[in-house]
Structures are given as structure tokens and as C-alpha cells.
Write a protein that binds this ligand. Structure first.
Ligand SMILES: *Cc1c(COP(=O)(O)O)cnc(C)c1O
Length: 411
């Protein structure tokens, strides 16, 4: 019998041979996507319950977003910021209005927006707060994830993320996440900002204790420190709110957005804040060749349009409703191969009994059952389906998880 290489193996081999080995993907090679579903190179269909780490909040190729992209592709795609373009102003105005702040700084990737927010916070510290030159400090939370640049991995507490990449940018203090006393104790007169995720995504959908974000707000107010909320993953609908911070009843000074802002079509990120903060940037002090390009802005405007519908038929309401279904179904698995479930809207971290296997093994077993998820670390699996899934599809996903756990228990 001849051993035929499958189309999946052929694609995997090319990637292994010619791309850097910075990922260890599941053995699924996707060729097409529509809504919550993708089809692989061998014609197998999967329910996408990772949704590009929330970059695909509106599903694959949402018709409104694809139409906006097509219209703009046929008109104008790039100008650079050396000139104006007719999408930038409306995009900034519409996003600022959605978020309820005065100004938008458009960038491309999430980590670029995080870096931009850190630069702005430092400059605000010197020019507005009056911190002595080069003394600014920024507090961050242990276990957080903010991207992959040298400055950002420099304050990561994940040894894989930092190892071998030093020396790092100074000026960061790490405190435990969810601990208001530790945060209050870490503030010094040179502290300019606190940067954290309102729900820690990569850490496994860690929801902080009730009242924590309000306490962060109060601590920042008491010491004139900026509260910078990294909502790259938690924002734009995932938790059933435009912003998870607002969903928790409080407000940050600076919001960092990314992922879903580009509609799953292209990279688009932004820093959103009031004039007192973003106003510190003058011409020449920050920039990006692609930031604010008309194609990204046109897609971003369509994304803002989807989020502006805050009625019962909109994506935000759907995330809340579907999240409750997801939570109910997952609760039924606790004690049956699942140790704990954390959830915020349509976003769940599931800690699997480590005796059954690592999160990776669970993800592989779920893929065999037609559902794509990704382990975060250890035995945690994250479920973040597109906000356009149906209740039946959520049941299908949780049944696949239950089936995967049964498969692992038998093997
Ligand atoms: C994904 C993510 C980032 C980084 O976004 P990239 O587009 O990958 O650079 C930053 N912060 C949070 C909270 C994220 O989830």
C-alpha cells in the first residue's frame, strides 16, 4: 500500500520547511470561511470557536464588512499620513463617538497600539503631570498579555515570551492581577499609568474580582495616574459590551483597541482617549506608514456601524444572550472532566482536569469532532466563538468538548 500525503500534510510540510517555527498550529489547514464556519483543504468543515482570538468577532467575511472593503478597494487603498484621505476623519469621529472619548490614534496591530499608549502615557506624565524627565513608571499586571515587541515582552511574566530577548525597556512595575492593595502600594509619584486588561484573555479568560476595576479607577484618580485599559481582545462586543471596562461599570482614561476593529479583514488598531492625553502628540512625534489608511478606516467604520446597533437585534445583545447559553452548557461539565469555568459574555476559559490531558490534547480531540479551539496554557482551553453563532452551534461546540473529554478519558 502506498502512503499518500494528504493535502493537509503537504501544506504543513511547506510551512515547517519555510516559515519561522514561532507557532505550533493544530493539524488543520483552512481554505475558506463564512460566518462561524471554516472549511479545510480536504473539504472538512469546522465551527471556529477561536475566531482569530476575537479578531473575527463578526465572523468570517461578514457581508457588511466585505462590502465596505470592496467599495474602498475600488476607490483608494493607501495614501500615507503625508496627505489626507476621506475615510480617516469619519473613522476617527465615529470611533470616538462609539467609545465616548475625544480623539483616536489609528495604528495597525494590537501591540503597536499598546506601545503607542505607553509612549503617550509617558509624554503625558512629563508634560501634564510634571514627572521629572526619564523617571516615568508604568504599572502592569502579572499574567497579562499585551503583544510581542521588546518593551512589551520585557514586562511579561511568561518566561517563553521574554526568554532570550533582553535587555528590556526599563520603567515598568509588575503587580498581581486583581489585587487592589498591591496596586495601591506600587504607585509612586513617578507613576504615570496603570496598564491592564479588564479581563485577561491569553491568561485563560481571568475575570478580576468584583469591584477591582472600580478600585483601579479610584487608585488612579487619587494619585493622578492614567488608567490604560487594553481592550484589544476584551473590547468590541466579546463580553456583550462595547468595552469590558464599561461593562464592569467603570471607565478608563485610555482604551487600546485592535483585533475585531479590523473586522477580521485587515489589521487595524487604535488608541482612544480625551484631548488632555492624546493631545500631547505633535507632528513628527509618532506615526505609522499604514496607520489610518483608507482601506482599514473604511472597514473600521463598518465595524463601528455594527457595534452602534445596541438594540436586541445587534451583535452586543447576541453576545450577552449566547454567552448565557454557553455558560449554562459549560456549567454542566464541571465535575465531569472540567475543573473550573470562567466566563465573560461569549468568552470562556475552561480548566480541564489535567489528568485527562493538556489543553493541546483537548483542542486536537475537539478538532477531530469539528470544532476549532485553542489551548492557552496548561490545561486551559479558551472558547471565543464569533458573535454570529447560533444557540445550536454553541450546543454543538460544548457537546464536542464533552466528547473530546470522553475520548481522552478512554485513551
Ligand atoms: C492580541 C493582543 C494584543 C496584541 O495584538 P497583536 O495584533 O497581535 O499585536 C495586545 N493586547 C491584548 C489584550 C491582546 O489580546
Amino acid at each position: 500500500m502506498t502512503l499518500m500525503r494528504s493535502a493537509t500534510e503537504a501544506h504543513e510540510e511547506l510551512v515547517l520547511e519555510h516559515s519561522a517555527h514561532n507557532y505550533h498550529p493544530l493539524p488543520v489547514v483552512v481554505a475558506e470561511g463564512a460566518g462561524a464556519w471554516v472549511t479545510d483543504v480536504e473539504g472538512r468543515r469546522y465551527l471556529d470557536c477561536l475566531a482569530g482570538y476575537s479578531a473575527l468577532n463578526f465572523g468570517h467575511r461578514h457581508p457588511d464588512l466585505v462590502a465596505a472593503a470592496h467599495r474602498q478597494l475600488d476607490r483608494l487603498t493607501l495614501t500615507s499620513r503625508a496627505f489626507g484621505n476621506d475615510q480617516l476623519g469619519p473613522f476617527c469621529a465615529e470611533l470616538a463617538e462609539l467609545i465616548g472619548k475625544q480623539r483616536v490614534l489609528p495604528m495597525n496591530t494590537g501591540v503597536e497600539a499598546v506601545e503607542s499608549a505607553l509612549k503617550v502615557a509617558r509624554k503625558w506624565g512629563y508634560e501634564v503631570k510634571g514627572v521629572p524627565q526619564d523617571r516615568a513608571r508604568i504599572i502592569v499586571a502579572a499574567g497579562g498579555f499585551h503583544g510581542r515587541t521588546i518593551s512589551v515582552v520585557g514586562f511579561s511574566t511568561d518566561p517563553d515570551a521574554r526568554g532570550g530577548f533582553g535587555p528590556f525597556t526599563p520603567g515598568f512595575d509588575v503587580v498581581p492581577y486583581g489585587d487592589r492593595d498591591a496596586l495601591a502600594a506600587a504607585v509612586t509619584p513617578d507613576t504615570v499609568a496603570v496598564l491592564l486588561e479588564p479581563v485577561q484573555g491569553e491568561a485563560g479568560v481571568i475575570v478580576p474580582p468584583a469591584g477591582y476595576l472600580a478600585a483601579v479607577r479610584a487608585i488612579c484618580d487619587a494619585s493622578r495616574v492614567l488608567f490604560v485599559a487594553d481592550e484589544v481582545q476584551s473590547g468590541l462586543g466579546r463580553t456583550g459590551h462595547v468595552l469590558a471596562t464599561r461593562g464592569a461599570g467603570t471607565d478608563a482614561d485610555v482604551y487600546v483597541l485592535g483585533k475585531a476593529l479590523g473586522g477580521g479583514i485587515l489589521p487595524l488598531s487604535a488608541v482612544v482617549a480625551d484631548d488632555e492625553v492624546l493631545g500631547v502628540l505633535q507632528p513628527g512625534q509618532h506615526g505609522s506608514t499604514f496607520g489610518g489608511n483608507p482601506l482599514a478606516c473604511a472597514v473600521g467604520r463598518a465595524v463601528v456601524g455594527l457595534l452602534t446597533d445596541q438594540g436586541p437585534g445587534g451583535v452586543l445583545a447576541a453576545a450577552g444572550r449566547l454567552g448565557a447559553v454557553l455558560g449554562d452548557r459549560l456549567a454542566g461539565l464541571v465535575g465531569h472532566g472540567v475543573v473550573a469555568v470562567r466566563r465573560a459574555g461569549l468568552w470562556a476559559g475552561v480548566d480541564v482536569d489535567p489528568r485527562l490531558g493538556a489543553g493541546r490534547a483537548v483542542s486536537e480531540a475537539m478538532a477531530r469532532r469539528g470544532v476549532l479551539v485553542k489551548d492557552t496554557h496548561g490545561s486551559t482551553v479558551r472558547l471565543s466563538p464569533p458573535l454570529v453563532v447560533t444557540e445550536d452551534e454553541i450546543r454543538f461546540a460544548v457537546d464536542a468538548l464533552a466528547g473530546a473529554l470522553a475520548d481522552l478519558a478512554e485513551s
